[in-house]
Design a protein around this ligand. Structure first.
Ligand SMILES: NC(=O)c1ccc[n+]([C@@H]2O[C@H](COP(=O)([O-])OP(=O)(O)OC[C@H]3O[C@@H](n4cnc5c(N)ncnc54)[C@H](OP(=O)(O)O)[C@@H]3O)[C@@H](O)[C@H]2O)c1
Length: 401
């Protein structure tokens, strides 16, 4: 058996998600049955200080040889880096990713990909020009659970797909949690609000079910009808947003299909005290539906319910080093069981496979679809009259943020 190809990562930014992702990245891939690649971290950069980059590398358990930089440019210039993971706030993705691509570096960029669709298009063009791999880190698309949902949809067990309902929230009291207004959830300078941060997950499942299942040559963008309520202290970020989408489809394929995608920074899909919480995702067809729990961005449980009485429930635990390893991961303050990963390694594996195969985009969320989803969010913001400061909406490059 040939030895696994080592993918050499550079980590750009050292915030909350960078820690979670990089810890997952460094889990031995054989714990999830992956033997053809291995990941390593050769460098990390912080825009604030070298000591922050150093403590990040220690915290995630990076190899002692990993280099710490106090500038993103130094990381981008590092010849040993095969691919850069961008984990800055979304306001910064366009500028950061453009710097990487211009220098010929492959990029995995956190979600949402950019602030608007035009920025996304320009990144795609630059990636093509430079022959680089580029992928939105929409981790949920690469879960085994997502593969299972795709299988159920293509099996025809749900009949003709008619409707998708999705909800993604963070259930907080924003005036309390984000009192100073600086957090990226409410800060317009960081493209704050529910839509870009969470709504991108609410859009994930309608696209997976109602767009990806149509023939590439004939599928068309959905029509969008949006309602948006702004966050009252500033009115510069959206607090609660609802999108009604119509996916055009031939009469022979069942006619137009609908989706309702909702998102809020204040609400929850149901209160934590609810003994029987509802699904956050429901994909409905003429013969039954598939439901996902508990949340649209990180579902861990599926339930297939058919009109003929069939009910199939499945847990989807994340693999990792396992019990007794003394290793923990999670997001922010929420820590998973000992040895259980967060599920961010699946997207990293996909990027690694693509580099080995010479593919330039992700398999389950291509760049055309990433741009289209940004267009849907542009249209939603247009209807909701939400525009961010020009310096982060701009397509000018370079701009110092
Ligand atoms: N996939 C997921 O599950 C998931 C979860 C959460 C967030 N995200 C996405 O990941 C991105 C980062 O989110 P996060 O929660 O990690 O944010 P965060 O904790 O605030 O970290 C962002 C990092 O970006 C760097 N940065 C550079 N310029 C900045 C600026 N002007 N303001 C703030 N930070 C700046 C900082 O790192 P340095 O000081 O080291 O440069 C900072 O630590 C967002 O786009 C978000 O949507 C994804």
């Amino acid at each position: 058996m040939s030895s696994p190809k080592v993918i050499r990562w550079g980590i750009l930014a050292t915030g909350v998600i960078a820690v979670t992702f990089t810890k997952d990245l460094l889990v031995d891939p054989t714990t999830r049955g992956v033997t053809s690649i291995k990941h390593t971290v050769v460098a990390a950069a912080s825009s604030s200080s070298v000591s922050r980059a150093e403590s990040f590398l220690r915290r995630v358990g990076a190899p002692a040889s990993a280099r710490a930089y106090d500038s993103y440019q130094d990381l981008i210039a590092d010849p040993d880096v095969d691919i850069i993971y961008i984990a800055t706030p979304h306001s910064h993705h366009y500028q950061n990713a453009m710097h990487c691509l211009e220098a010929g570096k492959n990029v995995l960029c956190e979600k949402p990909f950019t602030v608007n669709a035009e920025q996304a298009r320009l990144l795609v063009n630059m990636a093509k020009e430079k022959g680089c791999f580029l992928m939105e880190a929409l981790w949920t698309r690469y879960f085994p659970l997502a593969a299972y949902v795709r299988e159920i949809l293509s099996s025809g067990r749900l009949g003709t797909l008619v409707r998708v309902m999705t909800d993604c929230n963070i259930a907080t009291n924003p005036e309390k949690s984000f009192k100073d207004g600086k957090h990226r959830m409410v800060n317009s300078e960081l493209a704050g609000g529910a839509l870009l941060d969470l709504g991108v997950y609410s859009l994930t499942w309608p696209f997976l079910a109602l767009y990806d299942t149509q023939p590439r040559e004939t599928r068309k963008p959905p029509k969008v009808l949006a309602a948006m309520t702004k966050y009252p202290p500033t009115f510069c970020a959206d607090e609660t947003t609802t999108m009604v989408l119509t996916f055009p489809r031939n009469e022979s394929a069942g006619g137009d299909a609908h989706a309702i995608a909702t998102t809020s920074i204040r609400l929850e899909t149901s209160p934590a005290s609810d003994p029987n919480p509802p699904a956050s995702v429901r994909i409905q067809g003429t013969l039954g539906e598939i439901q996902l729990f508990p949340c649209a961005h990180n579902p861990t449980h599926s339930k297939l319910v058919l009109w003929d009485g069939t009910v199939e429930e499945k847990p989807w635990p994340q693999p990792g080093p396992g019990k007794g390893s003394g290793w923990f991961n999670g997001f922010g303050d929420s820590i998973n069981a000992e040895g259980e990963g967060q599920g961010m390694f699946w997207e990293a594996d996909e990027a690694g496979f693509a580099l080995c195969e010479g593919r330039k985009e992700g398999k389950y969320l291509g760049l055309e679809e990433t741009v289209l989803i940004m267009e849907v969010m542009d249209e939603t913001r247009r209807q909701g009259e939400l525009r961010y400061p020009e310096k982060i909406e701009t397509t000018k490059f370079p701009v110092q943020l």
